[in-house]
Design a protein around this ligand. Structure first.
Ligand SMILES: NC(=O)c1ccc[n+]([C@@H]2O[C@H](COP(=O)([O-])OP(=O)(O)OC[C@H]3O[C@@H](n4cnc5c(N)ncnc54)[C@H](O)[C@@H]3O)[C@@H](O)[C@H]2O)c1
Length: 424
């Protein structure tokens, strides 16, 4: 049985550590946060992910998974720490550097180090390798180093960890082969081997592809608003073309991946990655468009109150990182508009959240920011009875427009917009 040290026990590291520990590995999970470490050792988790709590309990009970605030000797080290962007939209690699430095004292000949954090192409070769070599061991001969990104969908992480194909990139072919053997313990999808830099690029390309396509959808939605036509009808029928796939428009792009990773290419290749930059800027401008639309919809109301339905960056998750809803809320706040927020999935203490009933009570406008299933079944009559004005702004095209209109609501849908003269 191998010993595997997983550094970083968040959305990616914890499911990976857990699944490895129920697949014949002794796992030491490492995190800087004492609350996370102590929680895991009690068999408790801080993140919302279907099936994970039960599997973690099994893993901890079996003795195959324990968490610690410091690394320990192991056969394999997996690094899954955050790689956010800096203030100037560059890759912030500090956590990766610190995580790598923290394992250096424990490295032994024959060890394998795998980076899972989304990273600029060249990170294993040019950044991680030299740090690991501070151990006195040579990457490629004494040590093996590989890159293997996650491409799991939050909310389905445990299923997709097993069923998705994986791309494993080694700084040497032997590194890739050794890393493949680790993932083969639980991956049922195909495991493809390549170089580390290619695998790093593949991960960023996946998210950039999504970002650019969402930006195009958002731009078309804004054009439709200008034209006074319905983006959702345009997209639906354009997609009848067998080779067209117009993505969904929305209030912006959030989460730790799609809103972040394309910047790594823009930073590294500012002249060449112009299209990638424009797409990022288009998506980043959507929250301001939503805030402007809200202001326009409330222009005739004195001391307006807004009910924001949903803070998570997408449906069914508790993650608010880079969430457009958080940005819109703070923009409205700055304009002195009273905002109440509700989200049945988010439990972050630093944000003032209330129940959906309290949120709607006395509101002049309900704004659907996240298309959680709980909001889709809201009864428009009940919502309307609680509100001061019956106005709805659906930024996801998720609610039944006809039902809300029948209940006396003025309904505005992003991309289908208000009548052109009321546009910001
Ligand atoms: N969340 C996703 O859906 C997803 C999907 C694919 C790839 N990724 C990538 O995976 C990486 C991790 O993302 P995440 O969502 O799991 O992040 P996260 O913030 O949920 O978890 C990261 C954890 O690492 C810990 N940490 C930070 N520095 C550390 C250090 N030096 N030593 C030990 N622990 C440390 C933090 O305390 C935190 O608990 C990122 O690069 C991200 O882009 C995330």
């Amino acid at each position: 049985m191998n010993t595997i040290c997983v550094v970083g026990l968040g959305y990616i590291g914890l499911p990976t550590a857990t699944i490895l520990s129920v697949n014949d590995a002794k796992v030491i999970g490492v995190d800087l946060r004492r609350d996370i470490v102590e929680g895991i050792n009690r068999g408790e988790i801080a993140i919302e992910e279907p099936g994970l709590a039960a599997l973690l309990k099994t893993a901890v009970k079996s003795g195959n998974l324990r968490a610690s605030m410091t690394a320990a000797p192991a056969d394999v080290f997996i690094i899954a720490v955050p790689t956010p962007i800096t203030e100037t939209n560059g890759a912030d690699m500090r956590c990766v550097v610190e995580a790598a430095e923290s394992i250096v004292p424990y490295l032994r000949p024959g060890n394998l180090v795998i980076l899972e954090s989304t990273s600029p192409p060249g990170t294993c070769r040019d950044l991680l390798g030299p740090i690991l070599e501070q151990s006195g061991l040579k990457v490629g001969t004494d040590l093996f180093l590989a890159y293997c990104a996650e491409r799991v969908l939050p909310g389905r992480i445990l299923e997709e960890l097993v069923s998705n194909d994986r791309v494993v990139g080694g700084v040497t072919p032997e590194s890739a082969q050794k890393a493949r053997d680790i993932y083969a313990r639980f991956v049922q999808g195909e495991i493809v081997l390549t170089s580390a830099t290619t695998a790093e690029m593949i991960k960023i390309v996946e998210n950039t592809f999504r970002d650019v396509n969402i930006a195009l959808a958002n731009e078309i939605a804004l054009l439709c608003e200008r034209l006074g036509i319905d983006f959702w009808e345009v997209a639906r029928h354009a997609n009848r073309h067998p080779r067209v796939n117009v993505h969904q428009a929305g209030p912006g792009v959030g989460g730790h991946c799609i809103a972040v990773d394309p910047w790594f290419l823009v930073e590294a290749f500012p002249k060449t990655a112009g299209l990638v930059r424009r797409a990022r800027e288009r998506n980043d401008a959507m929250p301001a468009h939503v805030a402007d639309t809200i202001t326009a919809l409330l222009a005739d109301v004195e001391s307006p109150r807004v009910a924001v339905l949903g803070l998570a960056y997408k449906a069914g998750v508790d993650d608010i990182r880079e969430s457009p809803a958080v940005k819109v809320t703070s923009m409205l706040d700055k304009q002195g508009i009273t905002v109440r927020c509700c989200d049945p999935h988010v439990h972050t203490a630093s944000l003032p959240l209330c129940s959906v009933e309290t949120c709607l009570s006395g509101a002049d406008l309900a704004v659907l920011m996240t298309d959680h299933a709980e909001f889709k079944v809201l009864d428009p009559e009940t919502a309307g009875a609680a509100m001061r004005h019956r106005r709805l702004y659906d930024t996801r095209n998720a609610l039944d427009r006809d039902a809300w209109t029948r209940a006396g609501f003025e309904v505005t849908v992003l991309g289908a917009g208000p009548a052109p003269e009321r546009l910001p």
